[in-house]
Design a protein around this ligand. Structure first.
Ligand code: FES
Length: 106
């Protein structure tokens, strides 16, 4: 499943993620800067904050209420498209997914 991360400075990194892995795990496994995932995916940190590309919002779905609570503590601006990337699981319908990274996670 191909995922493209667009950094705050506009640079793009495309990686191949495993089906069933989260976007956060995919970023960490490929050393993508800009996603930290400090809590390991248990919705306790908000250092995996990302912005889903407008074209992909309908596929990734809306964020959950629990994510809203955690994003209140996010370091960067929270937008309509903000998600915790550990809560987005990859499957074939997300092949080609584009997510944008905030400029800071702490
Ligand atoms: Fe901590 Fe996503 S990795 S909330």
């Amino acid at each position: 499943v191909k995922v493209t991360f667009v950094a705050a400075d506009g640079s793009e990194t495309s990686v191949e993620g495993e089906e069933g892995a989260s976007v956060m795990q995919t970023a960490v496994a490929n050393d993508v800067e800009g996603i930290v995932g400090e809590c390991g995916g248990s919705m306790m940190c908000a250092t995996c904050h990302c912005y889903v590309d407008d074209a992909w919002i309908s596929k990734t779905g809306e964020r959950q209420h629990d994510e809203d609570d955690m994003l209140e503590g996010a370091a960067s601006e929270v937008r309509e498209t903000s998600r915790l990337s550990c809560q987005i699981k990859l499957d074939q319908s997300l092949d080609g997914l584009v997510v944008h990274l905030p400029d800071e996670q702490f």
